[in-house]
Structures are given as C-alpha cells and as structure tokens.
Design a protein around this ligand. Sequence first.
Ligand SMILES: Cc1cc2nc3c(=O)[nH]c(=O)nc-3n(C[C@H](O)[C@H](O)[C@H](O)COP(=O)(O)OP(=O)(O)OC[C@H]3O[C@@H](n4cnc5c(N)ncnc54)[C@H](O)[C@@H]3O)c2cc1C
Length: 382
Amino acid sequence: MGFDMSVSAEVRLLCDEVAKFVREQVDPRSRWIEENDAIPDDLMQLARDMGLFGLTIPEEYGGSGLDLAGKCAIEEVMGRTNYGFATLIGNHTGISTTGITALGNVEQKQRFLPKMASGEWVGAFALTEPQAGSDPASMRTMAVKKGDRYVLNGEKIYITNAGPAHVFTVMAITDKSKGIKGISVFVIERDTPGFSVGKNELKMGMHGCTTAPLSFTDCEVPAANLLGAEGMGYVQAMKTLTAGRVTVSARCCGMMDKLIDQTADYMKTRTQGGKRLADHQGLQWMLADMAVARDAARGLTQRAIEVLMRGERGTMEASTAKVFSTEALGRVVDAAVQIHGGMGYMREVGIETTFRDARIVRIYEGTSEIQRNIIAGLLLKD
Ligand SMILES: Cc1cc2nc3c(=O)[nH]c(=O)nc-3n(C[C@H](O)[C@H](O)[C@H](O)COP(=O)(O)OP(=O)(O)OC[C@H]3O[C@@H](n4cnc5c(N)ncnc54)[C@H](O)[C@@H]3O)c2cc1C
C-alpha cells in the first residue's frame, strides 16, 4: 500500500496520470538524461503542460494545491522514474516554493507563484555555503538594508536547479548580533544585477538536475523581496527542511518499490545451476529483507506525514523517517545489484544508475549524522 491510499480520490487520479506520464514520457528519455546530464527541452515543456510545476502551489495561484500527503503520494510515483527529473520537479514543488507560499504576502505570491506554477519560472532554495553546510547557522552571506533595498554579498554552493531557475529563495544575515534570529529570507530573481550562477557541478549521480554555486556581489534587491519579517529565515528554512525530509523519504519508498519489482522479475527469469534465481532460498531472503526495509520506511514516512498534517512540529518524526528511509534505500539498491549479479553492474538495466543516484539522499536536506543529532538532541532534552 502506498501513500496514495491516504489521499482523496482526486489526488489518487492525479497520481495515476503522473505515473502514466513518467512511464510514457520520462522513462524513454532516461538514458539520454543520464548520458547528457540535461533534461530535454521538449520534456520540460511536456512537464509544464502536464502541470507538474504547479502541483503544490495553491489553486488560487494556478497550481493544484497538493498538501504534504498529496505531495508524498506524487513523490512515491516520481521515485520510479529518472532521479534527476524527479529531483528537479520535487525541489521546485517542495523546498523552492514552500517559503514563498508560507511567508509571502499577497503581492509576492501574485508576483512569483503563477509563473512558478506554470513552470515558466523554475525555483531553487539556497541555504548552503562553503563554510556552512551541516551548520547553516555559520553562514556568512550578508544582506544590508539601504533605504528601500537590501544589498547582498556572499556565496552559496551546491544549489539544486540553479541551472534553469529564475526564482531563488535565499537565506542571508540581516543582523549578525542576533545569531540565527538575525537570518532572513529573500526572493532573488536571476536577472538581478550583482547576482550570478556558477558552473554546473559534475556529480556522481542525479544527472539532468543541475547543482551550481551562486554569488552575490553588491546585489541590490528591493525590500519588497524580503519574505516575512527580518529574522524569520532560519526558522522558515528549518520548517521547509522538515517537510522536505518527509518528501525525500517518500521518494525513497517509490525507488525501493521499483527496485523490488525489477529484482523479483529478474529472479523469475534468470536461471542458474538448473533452477531460477527465484528458487534459491538465500536470494529469496535477500528479496524479503528488501521488502521489510521498504515497508518499515513507508510506515515511518506515513507517521511523519500524519504528524505534520496535524500541524505539529514533527521534527523527530521527519528526521527518523529520513534517516531510516535513505539508509534503507542504500541497502535495498545494494542488494538489487547483488541479486542481478554482473547484470546489476551494467548500465543497461538502470540499477547501476539508481545505485549512484541513491547516494545523495543520505547527504542533502541534512545528512544522516545531522538527523541522528536532531533525534538524540530531542531524546536528551531536559
Ligand atoms: C547534489 C547536492 C544538492 C544539494 N542541493 C542543495 C540545495 O538545493 N540547497 C542548499 O541549500 N543545499 C544543497 N545541498 C547542500 C547539502 O544540504 C549539504 O551538502 C549537506 O547539508 C552537508 O553539508 P556539507 O556538504 O557542507 O558537509 P559538512 O557539513 O562539511 O559535513 C561533512 C561530514 O561531517 C558530518 N558532520 C558535520 N557536522 C556534524 C555534527 N555536528 N555531528 C556529526 N557529524 C557531522 C556530516 O554528516 C558529513 O558526514 C546539496 C548538496 C548536494 C551534494
């Protein structure tokens, strides 16, 4: 049973449509995306036409208005297709729009969300800096107020979607003396003078989805681009990441579903030593363990969805789901390679690609170590 069972019939229908779309349009282009480290223009347009960029944007601004449960149901579907494409859409409809939806005033929402919903403008979320990764509080990017403008100086690294993005949600310090309460959040448009996007990084996996540094040199933005009040940046970033961690977990569940299906199919067709792989008990147990890991991940993710949907903070549940699901995916993809033998190591069947793609989920949106710090911190709180 997937997350789609906990959403409305309408959202289930949408999941079916997205599943058909990825099967018919994304899967056949997956090898091209992998080899060219790019998303074909025609696929971007098909994704816009399909409404994928607007999935979580409120209906009044042109989107489908999915809540966290709906977003996770879609993530699960997207977990079955090309990881770079799934990340581009997942990041845009997740951490890159959440801040604007949560903190934006009506004018800001009207300015940004309709074009983000149509996919004309892609979004990115920029928190990480060279000196501030696991500890974002040590960021150095400054935003100094001058009249009706803020002047930004600093740099960000590893920013997903930086290649195609037009709208960047950027965290910067407005008052150094206040520590994390002095971090604010801005919306920066790509063509703002003083702002530039660096070279696309070459990565282990996640091909097709760009990752690049950003630089701000006396970059002036109107004060109207501040989201919420000054000082709300850190808290909003943490809230955004808490929900983001749950959606990453949901995508991992979809990835594990596909790996289990592929592996079971292969076990039924490949024969060695006069019997099918499916008839070797050692391999049966490996397959069973893959399903146990996937189901436990799904249970923890479902719990986190429910807690967050009730309006509770859900920090513990989100971190628990993320650390378990991402590590479970690591074990499952490793077993999938092993059961496929030499074939698992070949590009042809795609498991090798998933093996590399899967490595990122233990790093971004908070590493496994940081999730454990969060969980232990809450358990040890006086
Ligand atoms: C492909 C990719 C896409 C990304 N996309 C984005 C994005 O869109 N936006 C964005 O803002 N960021 C993004 N990131 C950044 C990502 O969130 C960071 O890489 C991640 O948080 C880790 O930070 P770091 O790389 O600086 O590692 P470091 O913080 O230097 O960590 C190095 C190691 O030390 C461990 N460690 C650090 N501190 C502690 C501690 N207190 N206790 C125990 N262990 C610790 C870490 O777990 C890790 O194993 C992306 C990264 C990648 C690789």
